[in-house]
Design a protein around this ligand. Structure first.
Ligand SMILES: Nc1ncnc2c1ncn2[C@@H]1O[C@H](COP(=O)(O)OP(=O)(O)OP(=O)(O)O)[C@@H](O)[C@H]1O
Length: 567
């Protein structure tokens, strides 16, 4: 039996590994932090394997995808000849995840590796590329909510009531910008897969006209959205890649003769990166992928991406093969969770229901075989009559957790003697509270403060304080990890949010929105390492399955079959 799976698991304070194998006694001596230098052989192979093109690693939450990506970066950096430029791009969806990647890469490879890698979130990278061309001017960013209001205002000003602003905004985002369409003729030919409602040719013409007007309106007002910039950056970079291809073709034809007459602008043509590594790949849009494709030459080990479509929480869908990124035959899946217990995995998987998930291409993805060797308490699931009642119970739970952790830390420090500080750090409290809305974040923070509990919100840049209970909306928990998690407000009307109901008549859209809402609560629940509580008030969310993992589930068996049953 391979004992390396247990190494990390055994160093966990509140969980037990469910095996009586005596080899584990040896592994017990190991430290949790050893993952930095030691990967499971499966992970190790994935991080170091040579690929003849783009490759992908998928896997459920906590299976070590990010760690594999980081080791991959370190491995690629070691193999590159020393140079002045950063030849590896490590990117992800948002800012705080990029900051976290930088921190973790520094721990893993030290400054020497970090210095050779460009670590930046994808929208910031797109903005930099556009800015370098001088095409930005004085612009203000607007988010999707504000862009939607601009659509509403524009349609009202035009006296146009036939079109739903929400529909037009999504069409502009997903079809026109999403596929980098810049002519009416191309829009007539565009694929609208997954957009639900069918539209006629005459309607396409109308939509195109309105979209053009809309984009002019934003220009005039000096506004733009991240999607617009991603699309523009993809276009700039694709033009550059085409120039490089033309240059190389000419070079091959004319050889040395051409080099003598080389113009300066041609001499500077090159791909900015040699390797691209992407974390949280499921959240990138088609324009992002187009941009990444154009940033690196199509070659061995060009693109390496890790992600889990079950954790997609933004409205971005991409079919990689249609975007020039062919991962067929170069996909692998991790199935062993190092983060969380079987009991928590069971409850979290129940939140996903029976939906079908894509594999970033035109096929489906499953979490079949996804498992954990860790055993802990069953997640606590409780309902209350009112939000106030739920808040009171939450404050009580968090206070009790802190007391328990404090006592355990003190006992561990005493038992460890000289090594007390490290033991105390291992046992340190680490609590997250996730709720569906921003208002609820404020209410939880205030309620915890009344109890004398130090709480801090999680902003776009990550948690505002380290040494506090972290409170945030479900969205903010992506990529984080806590010993104890409370997911509160999992009630009807909140999970999924009411806005989902407005898409009832559009089956495809409705299904996507429901799936995204399931993913959101799934992500929050799987941030928990040892303890999870899920609460609600009034009617429970329809996503709550009411069947946490049974305590006597088989030790090494999968908790979840593709059909969705727990056993
Ligand atoms: N081989 C290993 N040995 C010990 N611990 C590991 C190993 N692989 C991963 N871990 C631990 O498991 C946790 C999850 O790892 P990581 O963040 O890479 O997972 P992930 O698949 O990216 O998760 P998510 O999809 O939820 O973001 C981390 O705390 C990490 O240290």
């Amino acid at each position: 039996m391979d004992t390396s799976d247990y190494t990390a698991a055994l160093a966990r304070p509140a969980t037990r590994v469910t095996s009586e194998d005596t080899d584990i006694q040896v592994a017990i001596e190991d430290r949790f932090s050893r993952w930095k230098v030691f990967l499971h052989p499966t992970q190790h192979k994935l991080a170091r394997r040579d690929h003849r093109g783009p490759a992908r690693v998928s896997g459920g939450p906590g299976t070590g995808k990010t760690i594999v990506a980081l080791h991959r970066v370190a491995h690629l950096a070691e193999r590159l000849p020393l140079g002045h430029t950063k030849q590896i791009l490590l990117t992800t969806f948002n800012k705080n995840l990029a900051a976290d990647l930088r921190k973790r890469l520094l721990e893993l490879g030290g400054q020497a590796v970090v210095d050779r890698v460009e670590i930046v979130n994808i929208d910031k990278l797109a903005t930099q590329i556009v800015a370098e061309t001088g095409r930005t001017g004085q612009r203000r960013w607007i988010d999707d909510g504000k862009a939607l209001r601009e659509w509403e205002d524009m349609l009202a000003e035009l006296g146009e009531s036939q079109w739903d602003p929400e529909f037009l905004h999504a069409e502009w985002n997903q079809v026109i910008l999403g596929q980098a369409i810049n002519s009416r003729a191309d829009y007539f030919r565009a694929r609208r897969a997954g957009r639900g409602k069918r539209i006629s040719r005459a309607q396409r013409a109308e939509i195109w006209q309105l979209a053009e007007r809309f984009s002019m309106r934003l220009d005039e007002k000096g506004l733009w959205t991240h999607r617009q910039v991603a699309e523009l950056a993809a276009r700039i970079q694709s033009e550059q890649a085409m120039k490089i291809a033309a240059f190389e073709e000419r070079q091959e034809r004319e050889g040395a003769q051409m080099l003598q007459h080389l113009e300066q602008s041609w001499a500077n043509l090159r791909y900015p990166y040699r390797h691209v590594v992407v974390d949280e790949a499921q959240d990138l849009s088609p324009a992002h992928w187009k941009l990444l494709r154009a940033l690196v030459r199509a070659d061995d080990n060009d693109i390496f991406l890790v992600g889990d479509t079950h954790q997609r929480i933004y409205d971005n869908y991409a079919s990689l093969s249609s975007l020039g990124i062919n991962i067929r035959g170069r996909s692998a899946r991790l199935t062993l969770s190092y983060r969380t217990t079987r009991q928590i995995l069971g409850a979290a998987l129940g939140l996903l229901g029976e939906e079908e998930w894509d594999n970033l291409d035109d096929n489906t993805e499953t979490l079949g075989g996804y498992r954990s060797l860790l055993k802990g308490p069953r997640p606590d699931m409780r309902g209350f009559d009112t939000w106030q009642g739920e808040l009171d119970a939450l404050a009580e739970t968090v206070a009790a957790w802190q007391r328990e952790d404090h006592e355990r830390a003190a006992a561990a420090a005493e038992a460890a003697g000289g090594d007390g500080e490290e033991a105390e750090e291992q046992e340190q409290t680490s609590i997250g509270v996730a709720v569906p809305t921003r208002d609820m974040v404020g209410e939880v923070e205030r309620r915890l403060a009344q109890e004398g509990i130090r709480a801090a919100g999680i902003g776009p840049e990550g948690p505002r304080l380290d040494d506090a209970v972290h409170v945030g909306t479900l969205h903010r928990f992506k990529g984080l990890e806590y010993r104890r998690m409370a997911v509160a407000g999992v009630a009807q009307g909140l999970v999924p949010g009411r806005h989902v109901e407005q898409h009832r008549d559009d089956t495809t859209r409705y299904q996507r929105e429901v799936q995204r809402a399931r993913s959101l609560v799934f992500v929050a629940a799987t941030r928990a390492r040892d303890t999870l509580t899920i609460t609600w008030h009034g009617t429970p969310s329809p996503f709550l399955p009411g069947n946490a993992a049974p305590d006597d589930a088989p030790v090494d068996g999968a908790l979840f079959s593709p059909g969705g049953a727990l056993f």
